[in-house]
Design a binder for this molecule. Sequence first.
Ligand code: 3PG
Length: 412
Amino acid sequence: KSPSPAAAEAKSEAAKSVKIGTYFATWWALNVVFNIYNKKVLNAYPYPWLTSTLSLACGSLMMLVSWATKIAEPPKIDLEFWKALFPVAVAHTIGHVAATVSMSKVAVSFTHIIKSGEPAFSVIVSRFLLGERFPPAVYLSLVPIIGGCGLAALTELNFNMTGNNLNSFDTQITIFSITVACLLVRNCRTRKRLFSLSVLYEINVDHQFETEHFLFKCVFTTMVSCFEYLCNFLFRVMTGVLNLVVHGVFSGFMGAMISNLAFVFRNIFSKKGMKGKSVSGMNYYACLSMLSLLILTPFAIAVEGPHMWAAGWKEAVSEIGPQFIWWVVAQSIFYHLYNQVSYMSLDEISPLTFSVGNTMKRISVIVSSIIIFRTPVQPINALGAAIAILGTFLYSQVRDHVNYKRGCILVL
Ligand code: 3PG
């Protein structure tokens, strides 16, 4: 007896869910492994331009072998295809190398927290460069993304304003309040009482005072306190900025920001360039890797160069041992595989499901890298990361709703 149409439909729905679930699980797992090996390699061998090139080279080689041995069907493409792919490849190359530079400078989790702000870049580029307008709900959904990323990045950027100076800050606030109270209170005895209180807080004024003299000193002391506080504040900000540059957090932060911007352009160009083309996700990504490799190689040689690579390689192998080579192989293979699976899953699922999947992917990378690399995380950072990720989720829902009404698909 053949199953009823409703039962057959339920069965095919269940099979589709299993297939998508498998894609997602594979994509996230491959991405986690890539991020771990990538960071291990960069810790021992800080040449992000070379490691980015190697991952593209490895992917290109794997796909050429697959086509030659007929494991995968080679795509039928023409010159027009490569022309349309060129701007996508430029943006992909910049985004890839910038993310790798970022990860060579800061914790993996930090790079991915900043990268979870990609939707905000999408809105800003669409609004200011493409002139696209959005309803207020879209802009509002960016508030938790930007605010959350800011909170998560707070201590990394060394702008922590609490700490040792908390007590002196409290004292100055107290002095300020007492002084204001002195100025407001007209009764002389109360003023004197307040003054003796202010002495407890070390306002150094003459005990033999006259009321006006006392008031003048209070105002003066308050001004000095405020000035001191301002100087202290500026000094801390300046040392924060200096630390930022000296320790390379700046380039870690900037790398992730540049990567976000580049990937937004990559998505816009690929949407424009791929209209009406029938190339599978796997082959599309293979061609993208090859073209990106051609673009990146001369820049990698110019920025780092074989001389530095050879010296660094010797050092890394002597420090880590021969398994270092396998780390490099693993990061290169896993980079290609996770991207390939993500492009393949894009063939099967809606862009909204893809963007939600991408956000979930960042959570798995952030959590696993914090555990594996024992990244110190303060509660404020964890709260910020959670808010940013929730914001990305809200954004994708709101943007999908807007795009649905306009009759177009979501591009993150
Ligand atoms: C890269 O090296 O290209 C980045 O790690 C990409 O990160 P994403 O695929 O998670 O955006």
